[in-house]
Design a protein around this ligand. Structure first.
Ligand SMILES: [Zn+2]
Length: 374
């Protein structure tokens, strides 16, 4: 079946199984049986904002589509505010996430014979903050994604568990870039943007730039562009173009070889973008197994033109069997690059830029759509 039919089935399931979502629909006069007939009707599907999943709201069980027995585990976001999102998932949800991350990886992951990453081992990430919550395991969402990434047996994980979190093994990083300097190897680097950037900025003062060459790639993920991630704070927002230009210069890797993966705990798929020198930004491909709507900050009307900016809504047809994740509004701002294709590599499908987190009044606007539920 196509996306629309699958999405419709998923939404009807959510409407039937999650009373909280059904109430939101009823408040908005939306009935998926009668109001979701054509693809264009998707624009009217009520959404939940990501903030309802925050621990402080205490709604996590109300946002499930199953009783607790049907849930495999809780996945938790890496929070800077101490108020993470908590999302219950079934075994099948984890499997769908796995399939989508692997597909995304296949499209974007280039050959790499060597690799070092500013991520910890998936096991260490999952173990960090692991706990039990209402009788089920509670694990880092990012750790679950890292678990899916296919690393090499000899990948160097630069984040090592330390007393209060993780610390960067800077010496191994220096050794890695020296070892591949001017060798034109298929060398990959990646991981957490703020840690990667912080390390490069500090080394710029101490050692000469290297030349890893045309075949080297940089793949970041896990967010942190606001300069913060978990208990890490580099004190400043990171502009994407500045990160790419600085790191590209220091490591001698072409800017076009930079990719970034966007994900958030309430979603069932990842989105990867490749950097464009022309756009001076990453161009994210919306995968064909999902849909994204960019909504006006004030009116929340769907926007369709290139250059339009607004709040990001994701529509999931798959992988939200356990929780009410079929239609989610994120507190991130997106900009439409092209509604139908990628202007750089010509791949079919919508392309967007990720601009950053919603702040202040814009955030209030999207909270208001909850009808006082937050
Ligand atoms: Zn592209």
């Amino acid at each position: 079946m196509g996306f629309f039919e699958d999405f419709k089935n998923n939404l009807i399931g959510q409407y039937e199984e999650c009373e909280a979502y059904r109430l939101v629909c009823q408040q908005q006069g939306f009935n998926p049986y009668t109001d979701l007939k054509y693809e264009d009707d998707i624009d009217y599907v009520p959404f939940l904002v990501t903030t309802v999943f925050k621990r402080s709201n205490g709604l996590f069980t109300k946002l499930l589509r199953k009783n607790l027995d049907g849930i495999l585990k809780w996945t938790v976001s890496s929070s800077t505010s101490g108020d993470p999102s908590i999302v219950g998932r079934t075994e099948n949800d984890i499997q769908v996430l796995r399939n989508f991350v692997e597909e995304d990886d296949k499209v974007f992951r280039k050959r790499h014979d060597y690799e070092c990453t500013f991520f910890p081992l998936a096991e260490d990430m999952k173990a960090f903050g692991r706990g039990e919550f209402l009788g089920k395991a509670l694990e880092s969402y990012l750790g679950n994604i890292l678990d899916i990434f296919t690393y090499r047996d000899d990948t160097i994980f630069l984040l090592k568990p330390s007393q209060n979190g993780f610390s960067v093994d800077v010496d191994s990083f220096i050794r890695y870039i020296m070892e591949h300097d001017k060798k034109d190897h298929y060398a990959a680097l990646g991981g957490s943007t703020p840690l990667f950037y912080k390390t490069v900025l500090s080394l710029k003062e101490k050692i000469k730039p290297v030349e890893l060459g045309e075949k080297a790639i940089v793949h970041t993920g896990g967010g942190g562009w606001d300069g913060r991630k978990g208990n890490i704070n580099i004190g400043t927002m990171i502009e994407r173009w500045r990160f790419v230009e600085d790191v590209s210069k220091f490591l001698g890797i072409p800017e076009e070889n930079f990719t970034d993966t966007y994900s958030f705990t309430e979603n069932s798929f990842t989105m990867t973008g490749h950097y464009s020198k022309e756009y001076r930004d990453y161009i994210f491909h919306v995968p064909k197994w999902a849909k994204v709507i960019i909504r006006d900050f004030k009116t929340l009307k769907p926007l369709k033109r290139s250059g339009d900016r607004g709040l990001i809504q994701v529509l999931n047809a798959y992988g939200t069997e356990g929780f009410a994740g079929a239609s989610i509004l994120v507190d991130d701002i997106g900009e439409i690059v092209d509604y139908n294709r990628c202007p750089i590599c010509n791949t079919e499908g919508m392309t967007i830029k990720i601009i950053g987190r919603v702040k202040g009044t814009e955030a209030k606007g999207c909270g208001a759509t909850l009808g006082g539920d937050n």
